[in-house]
Ligand binder design. Structure first.
Ligand code: BV8
Length: 265
């Protein structure tokens, strides 16, 4: 385990990010926390009021569509009012640094808030879908933003139904027991399996298969680091744990990478 000397993170981590060819990153709700988006399992997090089995699965949705639709409606409203934070911006800047030196960069996110795209990240796999899309479970037609906006105004008791066929509308997110989108998880597993260095940022590392990606990277010889104020079940299996907030650590880390890359270019 490479312990940082003096700084939050080790020189090894900076060197790997500045000098190797393939960089992979996994993010979770923690990177959006500083934008004001509640996490799932922290104090006051989304799940604190509900259990995953109560909301994020098809059976719960069919048994109580208005509750689940209302929860996602609330989360959409939260996301409409927030912006990417310096943690998101730093990962977009890191992608630029890696690609401009001819390297490859891939970001896999469990988040459904679209903030990585808004920060300018390009190579992004949304493993658990996106809150920005809503579709009908019967005819599978995607609801337009205006139709979704109309839902947002519905009171919590009203079931949101497809204007065409009357079927129930659901967010285009991956619920427990549902398969992850094939192209997204395949790209993420390929990136983890070939990475020279892999960052796991802001995730409690308890939801699979996403939580397995940093382990895949480690098993294939990548230098792996976790950025999180707390330790997680993965901490002792990775090379380095950087104890800090993404919005504090990532900008400092990327600045060190930029300086080292400029020195050696
Ligand atoms: C599947 C919906 C096939 C979207 C979510 C293998 C082993 C064991 C179990 C399984 C397995 N394979 C499948 C399973 C079952 C299940 C699972 O993993 N269960 C767990 C709970 C044991 N997985 C599935 O069902 C997946 N489907 O594999 O299909 C299958 C099915 C059944 C059985 C076998 C195979 C589907 C998983 C997706 C579920 N959908 N949400 C939404 O509503 O958003 S999960 C939900 O948790 C979110 O997607 C979220 O992204 C995810 C993980 O949470 P985190 O992002 O990590 O957030 P959390 O709050 O937990 O943690 C925040 C962290 O940030 C903390 O560590 C905190 O310290 C840190 N932090 C806080 N502030 C900051 C910070 N870090 C940095 N900076 C800060 N400022």
């Amino acid at each position: 385990m490479h312990q940082p000397v003096g700084d939050l993170f080790s020189d090894t981590l900076v060197e790997r990010l500045a000098r190797t060819r393939r960089v992979g990153v996994l993010t979770g709700a923690g990177i959006s926390a500083e934008s004001g988006v509640p996490t799932f399992r922290d104090e006051g997090g989304l799940w604190q009021r509900f259990k995953p089995e109560e909301l994020a699965n098809v059976k719960a949705f069919l048994e109580n569509p208005a509750l689940v639709q209302g929860w996602y409606r609330h989360r959409r409203e939260v996301i409409e009012g927030v912006d990417p934070n310096p943690g998101h911006d730093a990962l977009a800047a890191l992608e630029q640094l890696v690609t401009e030196r001819g390297g490859s960069f891939h970001l896999a996110t469990q988040n459904v808030d679209g903030l990585h795209h808004r920060a300018g990240s390009e190579s992004v796999s949304e493993l658990h879908g996106s809150l920005t899309r809503t579709y009908c479970i019967d005819c599978e037609r995607e609801a337009t933003p205006d139709e979704v906006a109309a839902l947002t105004n519905a009171d919590d008791e009203t079931r949101a139904e497809c204007p065409d066929c009357g079927g129930l509308l659901r967010p285009d997110v991956v619920w427990f027991g549902e398969q992850l989108p094939e192209t997204e998880i395949r790209a993420a597993e390929r990136a983890a399996g070939t990475a020279d260095v892999y960052l796991s940022v802001g995730t409690s590392s308890v939801v699979f298969p996403a939580a397995g990606l940093p382990l895949t990277a480690a098993a294939n010889g990548a230098y792996t680091a976790e950025i999180n104020p707390e330790r997680t079940p993965l901490s002792r299996q990775l090379d380095e744990h950087v104890s800090g907030k993404a919005g504090d650590v990532l900008p400092r880390l990327v600045e060190r990478v930029r300086t080292m890359q400029a020195e050696t270019s």
